[in-house]
Structure formats: structure tokens, C-alpha cells
Ligand binder design. Structure first.
Ligand code: UT7
Length: 331
């Protein structure tokens, strides 16, 4: 009997802008301190894309590297999903721009917006598409340039975010490898806690809107924090139960990199020592949909992901949204 076909990650890549903005740089601009930022968030520096770089540029770079690592050509890709909340333009989708940039001539392409949970949403949706046999080579990309949506005068938000992109290639793999389970969730009543209020159809851009900075990120930090510490652990446990895996079997936990305190709380909920938790929030800050695939790439590059390892990826974000996937690493 043939074993079940699952979707597995067979290549990873990143697109990270070079310019670094440190906490000390921010001390020169706003009333903050390296000590406050490090103790409250764990962030030491973040990357900020230069003005001529757009989301599709970082996404295409990540896609190109992921395809190279997978040993696949762009013409083999049959679907591109870009998880982003900061597209190059309202439309067409950033995924279409990436498709043209990398020459993926056979691929369908669309964007998915679940903000910081976007990569996990896209991964789980794309995994279903591969498992059914409908698609055989899917690029799942998380890419965001939140520095363009930040209010650089608001110290409670501007210290948190950074720019970047990460990509994975999903293709059929045989059991026991691949994406074993996924759980996604949303609670739209929490939309006011974290949003960019203007620039859409509710409050189109106008000089007044821009003067009031309503086209920038607005966040009720403490409430988002409370939500995050609970949901990250809970959704991870749900995804593990669905996969029939005990938390102690997890080799590497790769959470959304928003805040070290949130990551530690989630690890505690799963009873996982921090040695089995991947952390790079200190170097990138919160890169939204890019944070998990960048972390996955770095974990793989550092040799912390080996064939057969059990991995949990888990995210939360505006929406509110959340999601987790359990993966048995395939290469
Ligand atoms: O992907 C989802 C994205 N969002 C998040 O993950 C955010 C989740 N929330 C958090 O990570 C935390 O709530 C923050 C890091 C945003 C804030 O930490 P906190 O421990 O919840 O601090 P707070 O908001 O309660 O503020 C404490 C104090 C306030 O001063 P007062 O009112 O106590 O005098 C703030 O004005 O810290 C002040 N403060 C700052 N001080 C120096 C806020 N931002 C800064 C800053 N530098 N950058």
C-alpha cells in the first residue's frame, strides 16, 4: 500500500534588508532606552528596508533562495502564496509581482492577509493544496515592511517592528515527514486592539487622516500581550494533540518573534526548556509574517533542524488571528 502523501518543506530562504537600526539609534530619535526595550521585549536591533526596496523585492529574494535550496527551478512552481499586510500596492497582489520577478511562469499567485499569523495561515492552507494532489510545488512566503506603517514618533510601537521576508518550498513528501497538523483561529472582535485604521475603504487616505497618523500602526500593547501569552501555548497544544504528539517530543519550537517574554510564557506552557526554543527577536524585532520563516531558515542554517525532527511553528497577530502547525522536518 502506498503511504500517505503529505506536504513537506523542501527548501528555505530569506530576503533581509541590510540596514540595521539599533536601540541606541532609536535613543537618538525618541524618548526611550536600550535598557527599556531589551527588558520589555528582548529586541536589540531590527532591519529597515531602504526607500527603494518594496515587499516584493524581499519576497522574491527569499523565494529565489528557497528554490535554490530545494534544487527546483522557478518554472516548476505551480502556486505562490505571499502572506503580507504590507503589499507593494493595494493591488495587484504582491504574489503576482513576485511571480514576474522570479519567472514562475506556470504559477498561480495570490496574497493572504492574516498579519503576523499570515505565514502559519499560508503554510497550513498550502499544505492542504499539496496533500490533495492539486499542487506539487508551492512557494509560501511571509514578507513585510512594517517600517513603512510605523509611526516613528510613537515610542510604544516603533521600537517593536522590523522588515524582512522568508520563504519555504512545499512539495509532496512521504510519511512520516511533512506538515502533520495545523490549527488556525480568529477573533475579529479584537480588531481594535491592533490595527492600521486608515488607508482602506473605511477611512481612505486624506490629508486629515495623514495629519492624525491614522495610516500608521495603532496598538493597545498590554491587551495584545495578555492575549498572546495565552493563545501561543493553547494553539500549540491543540496542534500537537491533533498530530498525536506529546509536547516533550518536540525538538524545536519556532514561535512568532514579537517579544521574548511572550515566547518564554509559551515555552513554559508547553514545559519546554529554552534550549528547544528558537529565538532571534533580538536581531530582527517583530517582522510580522516574515518572522517565522526567517526563524525557520536560521534554525535550518545553524543545523538545528535535522531530517525527522518534530517542529512546532506558532504565531499570533492582528485580527486577532492565531495559528500553529506541527511539522516533521523532511530534509
Ligand atoms: O505581532 C503582534 C504585535 N504586538 C505585540 O506583540 C505587542 C504585545 N505587547 C507587548 O509586547 C508589550 O505590551 C509592550 C512591549 C508593547 C509594552 O510592554 P509593557 O510591559 O506592556 O509596557 P506598558 O505598555 O505597560 O508601558 C509601561 C511604561 C509606560 O509608562 P508609564 O505609563 O508606566 O509611565 C509607557 O509609557 O513604559 C512606557 N513606554 C516606554 N518607555 C521607554 C512605552 N514604550 C516605551 C519605550 N521606551 N519605547
Amino acid at each position: 500500500m502506498r503511504s500517505k502523501v503529505r506536504a513537506g518543506i523542501v527548501g528555505v530562504g530569506v530576503g533581509i534588508p541590510e540596514p540595521v537600526l539599533t536601540n541606541h539609534d532609536l535613543e537618538q530619535r525618541i524618548d526611550t532606552s536600550d535598557e527599556w526595550i531589551v527588558t520589555r521585549t528582548g529586541i536589540r536591533e531590527r532591519r529597515v528596508a531602504p526607500p527603494d526596496v518594496a515587499t516584493s523585492d524581499l519576497a522574491a529574494q527569499a523565494a529565489h533562495q528557497a528554490l535554490q535550496n530545494a534544487g527546483r527551478g522557478a518554472e516548476e512552481v505551480d502556486l505562490i502564496v505571499v502572506a503580507t499586510a504590507t503589499p507593494d500596492m493595494p493591488w495587484p497582489s504582491t504574489a503576482c509581482l513576485v511571480q514576474a520577478k522570479i519567472g514562475a511562469v506556470r504559477a498561480a499567485a495570490f496574497d493572504l492577509n492574516a498579519v503576523c499569523s499570515g505565514f502559519v495561515y499560508a503554510l497550513w492552507m498550502a499544505a492542504q493544496a499539496v496533500e490533495t494532489g492539486a499542487y506539487r510545488c508551492v512557494l509560501v512566503i511571509g514578507a513585510d515592511i512594517l517600517s513603512r506603517q510605523v509611526n516613528w514618533e510613537d515610542r510604544s510601537t516603533c521600537v517593536l517592528f522590523g522588515d524582512g521576508a522568508g520563504a519555504v518550498v512545499l512539495a509532496p513528501v512521504e510519511e512520516p515527514y511533512g506538515v502533520l497538523s495545523g490549527v488556525l483561529g480568529a477573533d475579529g472582535t479584537g480588531a481594535p486592539l491592533l490595527n492600521v485604521p486608515a488607508g482602506g475603504t473605511r477611512e481612505p487616505l486624506s490629508p486629515e487622516v495623514i495629519a492624525c497618523k491614522r495610516h500608521t500602526i495603532h496598538m493597545r500593547g498590554r491587551e495584545v500581550f495578555k492575549f498572546a501569552v495565552t493563545i501561543m501555548g493553547e494553539v500549540s497544544v491543540q496542534a500537537l494533540e491533533k498530530a498525536g504528539i506529546a509536547p516533550e517530543e518536540v525538538n524545536l519550537f519556532i514561535p512568532h518573534q514579537a517579544n521574548i517574554r511572550i515566547i518564554q510564557a509559551a515555552a513554559e506552557r508547553l514545559n519546554l526548556p529554552m534550549e528547544r526554543v528558537f529565538v532571534n527577536v533580538d536581531r530582527y524585532g517583530n517582522t510580522s509574517a516574515a518572522s517565522i520563516p526567517i526563524a525557520v531558515y536560521e534554525a535550518w542554517e545553524q543545523g538545528r533542524l535535522k531530517k525527522g525532527d518534530l517542529v512546532v511553528v506558532v504565531g499570533f497577530g492582528a485580527g486577532l488571528t492565531w495559528g500553529a502547525c506541527v511539522i516533521r522536518w523532511a530534509y
